[in-house]
Design a protein around this ligand. Structure first.
Ligand code: IZC
Ligand code: ZN
Length: 419
């Protein structure tokens, strides 16, 4: 086999070698770290990742691109498994309201928050949405991210806007080096027209919209915002059960502000991941652990909302659960594309170790997207998605926070971003 690219003299290589599945409990500390390592790539696949020398079956010639990674850290491409990437407008108007003490739900229930982004998204053309989302995706890539999940949910009862968002995701997936994973989240807020009869809106999603998304092949996952004043447990269950029966992978925004029992529901329904979990009970978190649901934690949101409740990553991991970390990038509760900052918050706010943090943004992010066979670790045959950091070790990029440590990003075997 001929190597198309060889990365050599790597100070620290994190392979995440091991099972292709959510890494749980103590497995989250097993990161397959190799020092003075090499990675050989053939086309879009990893040919070899580990200590030198190059195995005999891999040859290099004048065409092989050689990268000298002396003093550098190499990891699997980072995975941002929870974002609201495609939307119109921004919500900096909420900042001063927040400083005066209004909460996220106060603003939403007064008709702002998500509703203001719904209006801005409806008013934006598809081209505008594409351009804005591409700009964010370029930033994400520059931070070492190679796969991004993107939710709809700013059309809600205006289904054409939902479709518009998901079509943008599909086009970006085709045109941009970063891979996108599309999630239908029509159940993101109760539309104003359905304020007094929310079940009628749930009926539309269950009896109509889910099937249309499936038939148009626009969404792989379905997500619901299960929260006080948004969708109840019973409504969330109806939507997710129907979605599952149609072949969607299912996710749930659970217990972000109030513990309604969303984590428990995620366990009962066999969700692929449950998101936020800031207010979840022990019972809810144990239901995730028992049913191998990935706990997708979003500490940037806790930081930005200045929440009193912080997701209990330590409890989940110590009980044997699997944690992923994501930005939650959206114009309201977490307006940042910077997954490296979220890694620092995972350590400092959620008390995760650096090894657990890197697991949470690689193989466990992949597991939260059902992509664990393809990405999330650097092993022979997997996709050649890698981030190269201008740092000699993992702890450094988590400790030196708020800046971008990326030196280069390799996506499907090509150097697509270089500092
Ligand atoms: O636009 O506020 N939490 N949905 C649920 C969001 C945050 C996004 C937003
Ligand atoms: Zn979210």
């Amino acid at each position: 086999m001929k190597a198309t690219m060889l990365i050599e003299n790597i100070s620290q290589l994190i392979t995440m070698k091991g099972k292709n599945g959510p890494r749980q409990g103590r497995e989250m500390s097993d990161i397959g770290l190799v020092e003075n390592a090499i990675v050989a790539i053939a086309g879009d696949r990893i040919a070899y990742a580990g200590s030198g020398p190059l195995p005999n079956n891999i040859a290099i010639d004048q065409e092989t691109i050689i990268i000298d990674a002396r003093g550098k850290l190499v990891t699997p491409g980072l995975i941002d498994s929870h974002t609201h990437l495609v939307h119109g407008g921004s919500r900096e108007n909420e900042l001063e309201m927040k400083l005066k003490g209004l909460t996220y739900l106060d603003i939403l229930n007064a008709g702002g928050g998500i509703h203001s982004t719904v209006k801005a998204t409806k008013d934006a053309s598809k081209e505008d949405l594409y351009k804005k989302a591409k700009k964010s995706l370029d930033i994400m890539l520059s931070y070492g991210v190679t796969t991004v999940e993107a939710k709809s949910g700013y059309g809600i009862d205006d289904f054409e806007t939902e479709i518009k968002q998901m079509e943008v995701v599909k086009e970006l997936d085709k045109n941009h080096p970063v891979d996108l994973v599309s999630t239908f989240m029509g159940a993101h807020a109760i539309p104003k027209a359905y304020k007094d009869r929310p079940d009628d809106f749930v009926d539309i999603i269950v009896n109509d919209n889910l099937e249309r998304v499936k038939s148009l092949d626009l969404g792989e996952f379905c997500d619901v915002f299960c929260e006080e004043g948004v969708f109840t447990i019973a409504q969330s269950r109806r939507i997710l059960e129907k979605a599952k029966s149609l072949g969607f992978g299912i996710k749930i925004h659970a217990d972000e502000v109030v513990d309604l029992g969303g984590a428990k529901l995620a366990g009962d329904l066999g969700c692929v991941s449950a998101e936020h979990l800031m207010a979840s009970s022990d019972e809810g978190l144990l239901a995730l652990v028992e049913n191998q649901v990935v706990a997708n934690l979003l500490p940037g949101t806790s930081f930005n909302l200045q929440s009193k409740d912080i997701a209990r990553a330590r409890y989940i991991i110590d009980q044997g659960g699997a944690v992923a970390l994501s930005t939650d990038y959206n114009p309201g509760s977490c307006p940042t594309e910077n997954l490296q900052l979220i890694m620092t918050l995972g350590a400092l706010m959620l008390k995760m170790t650096p090894k657990e943090v890197i697991t949470a943004v690689t193989i466990n992010g992949a597991a939260a997207l059902n992509r664990q066979e393809e990405i999330g670790s650097l092993e022979t045959g997997k996709k050649a998605d890698l981030a190269i950091f201008d740092a000699s070790n993992l702890n450094y990029i988590i400790y030196h926070f708020g800046i971008n440590h990326t030196w280069g990003v390799i996506k499907s075997g090509n150097l697509v971003y270089k500092r």
